[in-house]
Design a protein around this ligand. Sequence first.
Ligand code: UT7
Length: 324
Amino acid sequence: MARHAVLAGVGGYLPKLIVTNDDLARSLDTSDEWIRERTGIRQRHVASAEETAAMMGAAAARAALRQAGAGPDEVDAIILATSTPDQAFPATAVRVQAALGVTNGFAFDIAAACSGFIYALSVADGMIRAGQASGVLVIGAEVYSRILDWQDRTTCVLFGDGAGAVFLHAAEGAPTAATACVLSTHLHADGRHGDILYVDGAVGLRERPGTLVMNGSAVFRHAVVNLAGAVEEALAANHLERTAIDWLVPHQANRRIIDAMGKKLGLAPERVVVTIDRHANTSAASIPLALAEAVGDGRIRPGHLVLMEALGGGLTWGSALVRM
Ligand code: UT7
């Protein structure tokens, strides 16, 4: 019997501390005007010592389970995307598993930088379709504040911390484009561009945990081209026209990239979910955080067709089409 993955709940968590552009401009050669004009960012949330990827991921997962009306006994897999895990091992997903009181199944992390949520969603969908899991928490949780060089104005103003999660459960039957489920996911990577966005260290290097390094304009150019390809791919795979899309929930890296994608798809600006102004770029957490906001305030409703896309370090990129 064919199976498909129903998105039953979504939740998010943001750190309590908010840092505005003006706050940064007090100790850095930057300005609120530059940051807003070039990126669309007005503020970001920054984690305290207690707000780790595992802590925030567990909070987001609890909210997703609550919305789905599901308990920990219905979870048999946790797939967590992060580039800022609490520890080299165990996986942050396993820490979340323990925090939630889940004892079934398995849990593991995925590292695909800002594309991590799309990658994790794709793996979860595949495992549900294959019958390997029936209730999967897909989480993006990041504390980029810990890997930023706070003296580097070209990177530190861009990122924020947070976590988002969705709960997927299996349903039986072959889906059509009208079925409420993950319709398709599309993943890409091109390691030849690994040096335009990376962290120059690792947890395994005692003296050098590393900070984020980015050639912003090179990443920007790849984003505009590759994301356009990934969204066309998602529509073609489902024999859908652009007009079928109810919502674009994009990775939140730069307001100019988001606007370009919305325009390319012919979507009215109010059909594009934007959180970058308040969250900045939360990497793997940005899509589920944006989804949680738009579902929570009633914009995205059952039956709506949601297109997601992301690009990040790797380079990695991808898209997903989900019928809510
Ligand atoms: O999520 C992962 C994927 N990431 C992305 O998709 C990010 C893609 N890239 C971007 O969003 C943009 O390239 C940035 C926002 C990172 C940069 O915007 P840009 O329009 O490409 O600016 P730029 O890097 O070309 O810099 C323009 C100028 C430079 O000064 P000069 O060399 O022209 O004198 C920078 O030094 O702006 C300067 N600058 C700043 N000025 C004030 C860079 N950062 C700042 C800053 N405040 N924070």
